[in-house]
Design a protein around this ligand. Structure first.
Ligand code: CMC
Length: 437
């Protein structure tokens, strides 16, 4: 409850000579917010905050992020510890239930994930009707939204059915993602196996073939677990806020998540991982001259930006990028790609940028997307599937945030206000009297 965190401190606001006292809310990690819930009623004013740079839309028990210190914790656990010691499914349980699972809880979840891993045969026909070059993110978003038609019983009492609904979604999104790749390649669908773990099953559905059986590589499976863990939640980012906002209208979980997938696809958000690899490939194809790209990124007259650099919240470093960079060499070796020239270019680009005044002044560091594409590529995942991988990882976070939003006693439909700046009242002009303006 928001009111449980109201402190004794007050902020003072003076408007037209009148002073208003505003409560201050303090979170468990000491973060402060001015409570403006009664601002408009008491003062007639609203706040303007484009891009919501200073706006807290909720309180949340899920993820703590300190952008200045480069800290990211899920439910109090540092992501470095989780990435080192857990599987993705353990972390999904942690996010959605609030605590790490016991062995029995984990086994139960694994059983549910296996049980739900098929998708309805009628849904499989949908894949036949997307055009050949349809972006996988739009296929994913459409397919996830259509799940609510196949499992309508899940939408009536969402919290009663939460465990079921969440396991179903986490399991099926993996099958949908792999199937959309197989279809795009014109290859037969590969069904999930009951004896494989979550990540192994995904790789099996992606890459197994009757003429070239997929051989499970432990290091690759561990790397995939790590990547998905590092993407699993990131508090109120663009796609998560979308999930919460859409869900606040009380629409079902599948539709809310589908909207989040759409938001994630943009190049300023999850789409950046694809943009990074395309940028590195371009630099490589042009002879590896990375310095020219750093100069272009600094040029105000050039719209080019260094993809995978900068972050709205992290201003010292992105802790996820550090873990991923450290994993790169190991994965490249495991997949027979050590010496990948793109990794060399990425490291050089990072080094040059980090010593450059432009990047230092603006606190621009490599973000999670800068190195993740190199690992995905080494695993064999094509670049147009990178953002789908981000969505697979982010799903448990979206689900946890949706549940928290649904259950929040302070929750209301999301409905920002605006300041109108258009024409004031005009006389209506009949069509025959109108002149072109
Ligand atoms: N390359 C060159 N200049 C940059 C970059 C970049 N990647 N990012 C920011 N800047 C400059 C920007 O031009 C501005 O300069 P000035 O003050 O001279 O106008 C200054 O740094 C501040 O940038 P901003 O766009 O106001 O910052 P923001 O917080 O609105 O945007 C961002 C954050 C991530 C959208 C932006 O840094 C960016 O476009 N980065 C490249 C895309 C990217 O890697 N996105 C992935 C984000 S992490 C994963 C995720 O959230 O999905």
């Amino acid at each position: 409850m928001l009111n449980d965190f109201i402190s004794d401190q007050k902020a003072e606001l003076k408007i037209d000579g009148k002073v208003y006292q505003l409560p201050i809310i303090i979170g468990t990690e000491g973060e402060k917010a001015i409570d403006i819930r009664k601002l408009r009623t008491e003062t007639g004013c609203i706040t303007i905050d484009s891009g919501y740079m200073n706006t807290g839309s909720c309180t949340s028990d899920i993820t703590f992020l300190d952008g200045e210190k480069g800290i990211l914790n899920y439910r109090g656990y540092a992501i470095e510890d989780l990435a080192k010691n857990c599987t993705f499914i353990e972390v999904a349980y942690l996010l959605d239930h609030g605590s790490l699972p016991t062995q029995k809880q984990l086994d139960d979840l694994a059983r549910m994930l296996t049980g739900f891993s098929m998708i309805h045969e009628d849904m499989i026909h949908f894949f036949d009707h997307f055009p050949p070059n349809a972006p996988p993110m739009s296929i994913l978003s459409s397919m996830v939204n259509s799940l609510c038609n196949f499992y309508p019983e899940m939408t009536e009492n969402p919290l009663e059915n939460f465990d079921l609904m969440s396991a179903r979604l986490i399991s099926k999104i993996r099958t949908i993602a792999a199937f959309s790749y197989r279809k795009s390649m014109g290859q037969p669908l590969v069904y999930p196996r009951h004896d494989y773990s979550y990540c192994t099953n995904f790789l099996h559905m992606m890459f197994d073939s009757p003429v070239n059986p997929y051989e499970v590589n432990h290091d690759v499976v561990m790397a995939l677990n790590k990547l998905l863990i590092l993407h699993a939640d990131h508090e109120q980012n663009c796609s998560t806020s979308t999930v919460r906002l859409v869900g606040s209208s009380r629409v079902n979980l599948y539709t809310s998540i589908s909207a989040g997938i759409s938001a994630l696809g943009g190049p300023l958000h999850g789409g950046a991982n694809q943009a990074v690899i395309e940028m590195l490939e371009e630099i490589h194809a042009n002879g590896g001259g990375y310095r020219k790209y750093v100069e272009r990124a600094k040029d105000r007259n050039d719209p080019f930006r260094l993809s995978g650099f900068g972050h709205r919240v992290y201003k010292s470093f992105d802790p996820r990028a550090r873990v991923i960079k450290a994993a790169c060499d190991q994965v490249l070796e495991a997949s027979g790609m050590s010496g990948d020239p793109l990794l060399e270019i990425a490291k050089n680009l990072e080094e040059v940028a980090l010593q450059d005044e432009y990047f230092i002044e603006r606190n621009l560091y490599p973000n999670v997307d800068f190195y993740s594409g190199i690992i995905y590529r080494a695993i064999g995942i094509p670049s147009n599937m990178f953002t789908v991988m981000f969505a697979l990882g982010r799903l448990p976070g979206w689900i946890a945030q949706w549940k928290e939003m649904w259950d929040d006693p302070d929750g209301r439909i999301g409905r920002p206000r605006q300041i109108y700046t258009g024409p004031t009242k005009r006389e209506f002009v009949p069509i025959q009297d109108r002149i072109e303006e």
